[in-house]
Ligand binder design. Structure first.
Ligand code: GDP
Ligand code: MG
Length: 444
């Protein structure tokens, strides 16, 4: 997997300050392979890796995660942006004087008819608009009946079939019916071909001319490989496309076509088809698709873990506090709980610069493990707010109360206070001296 490959590339990098060009290039070789395996088109892979490279080079190594994880996070974030960003999915634009036409375009078998029905159902149910479905597919036998049947299933109006009419004339009839019968939206399902030809493009172009569609959606199969780019380009050249729909996202494909088509057209991906059923249409989600392109399961959870750990803003705030020598027991407790999410002190020790095997062994011998972290947290939780903010007021009687409250000995409380003092000192020094030590580890 990409994770394993990157692990190898980055093993030697641990503990260095920034991601160098050489390191990033080594990682990008692996990422290029992963993207190609996900069926992202070659020129898109090139463009994407170029962007990722620009982002990654010079990036501070965040020591809370391994460099491999960090690069995966950078790649993941870059993919999310390339796919259109994390914000609200771009919906359909249906405002204006009705009837609003939605034109469905795409190759044969891409899922136009199914998606037409799904969209009709969605718009009718969620936006409470009156929708008319019309089949303009004069080519495939029974294509019109297919949409008629679907319309019946989802309880959406269907433009009656008139034999031997040209697609353009059906389109005109559909818009007229829409006007006369008070429909808000008319969805026009067109014929496709197995490959793009001039006749098909001319027909689609004519249909667009007579219906003036508000939305022209290119429907494409997510399993499309390298030809996704060519398909998107040819359609985009001839039709005023407004968005993309990727079908069969429920299949085995990694969905690289999404990235390719988005890259070539610059158009938003609006929906994902996720089953054959009329409700199998999801709003587009860039994060989900990026995770899919990078590979299933392992990488996504890894990225999530990394994202969770790398709360940079928090870390930066903390580092600033430390630099000023303001590091109270509440801050220490927060560090403890962060350490636990990062795999305990043992994991962190291995990442700290200048932490050698002997020191790690000493830490282990001193019982600096998760159990210890939990105990330390308990001690701090037994303190009052004031005590946590000003540890110097902790005299014998208070210590006794705290020890009793957290089920430890007074000596343990003393140890914690001493440790806190040492850490605060060390952090002050580290923060002054640049990116070393714990403060550096936390992104300062
Ligand atoms: P068209 O030729 O572009 O109109 O394609 P159709 O809508 O007729 O779809 C072709 C086949 O793909 C049909 O068997 C659909 O049920 C199936 N299909 C369409 N969208 C999806 C999807 O999102 N997931 C799955 N699994 N099948 C789909
Ligand atoms: Mg069809």
């Amino acid at each position: 997997t990409l994770t394993e490959r990157l692990g190898g590339v980055f093993d030697k990098l641990t503990g260095r300050g920034v991601l160098s060009e050489k390191d990033v290039d080594a990682a990008l070789r692996e990422i290029r392979v992963a993207l190609l395996e996900a069926d992202v088109a070659l020129d898109v892979v090139k463009a994407a890796t170029k962007q990722i490279r620009e982002r990654a080079v010079g990036e501070d190594v965040i020591r809370a995660v391994s460099p491999g994880q960090q690069v995966i996070k950078i790649v993941h974030d870059a993919l999310v942006d390339l796919l259109g960003g994390e914000g609200e999915p771009v919906g359909l634009s249906l405002e204006g004087e009705p009837p609003i036409a939605i034109l469905m375009a795409g190759l044969q078998g891409s899922g136009k008819t199914t998606t037409s029905a799904k969209l009709a159902k969605r718009i009718q149910e969620t936006q409470k608009k009156k929708v008319l479905l019309a089949s303009l597919d004069t080519r495939r036998p029974a294509a019109m009946e297919q949409l008629q049947q679907l319309a019946g299933q989802i309880d959406v109006a269907f433009l009656p079939i008139v034999p031997n009419q040209r697609a353009v004339d059906i389109a005109k009839r559909a818009m007229n019916a829409g006007r006369l019968q008070g429909f808000d939206v008319v969805i026009l399902d067109t014929a496709g071909r197995t490959s793009i030809d001039e006749e098909m493009m001319a027909e689609a172009h004519d249909i667009a001319r007579v219906t003036n569609p508000r939305e022209t959606l290119l429907v494409a199969d997510a399993l499309t490989g390298q030809d996704a780019v060519e398909t998107a380009r040819r359609f985009h050249d001839r039709l005023p496309l407004t968005g993309l729909v990727l079908t069969r996202m429920d299949g085995d494909g990694r969905g690289g076509a999404a990235l390719s088509m988005r890259h070539v057209t610059g158009l938003p991906i609006k929906f994902l088809g996720v089953s054959e059923k009329p409700d199998g249409l999801d709003a587009f989600d860039a994060k989900r698709v990026a995770g899919r392109i990078l590979g299933r399961g392992d990488i996504i959870s890894l990225v999530e873990k990394a994202a969770q750990n790398v709360d940079e803003e928090k870390a930066a705030r903390m580092a600033k506090k430390m630099a000023k020598g303001k590091f109270d027991l509440d801050d220490l407790r927060e560090q403890f709980s962060q350490l636990k999410t990062m795999g305990g002190l043992g994991g962190i020790m291995g990442m700290l610069p200048g932490m050698n095997k002997k020191m790690q062994a000493q830490a282990a011998a001193a019982g600096m493990d998760d159990k210890m972290l939990t105990r330390q947290e308990a001690i701090i939780l037994s303190m009052t707010k004031q005590e946590r903010a000003k540890p110097e007021i902790l005299k014998a009687s208070r210590k006794k109360r705290i020890a009793a409250g957290s089920g430890v000995q007074v000596a343990d409380v003393n140890k914690l206070i001493k440790m806190h003092r040492q850490m605060a000192d060390m952090m002050k020094k580290a923060a002054k001296g640049g990116r070393g030590g714990l403060a550096g580890m936390m992104g300062g």
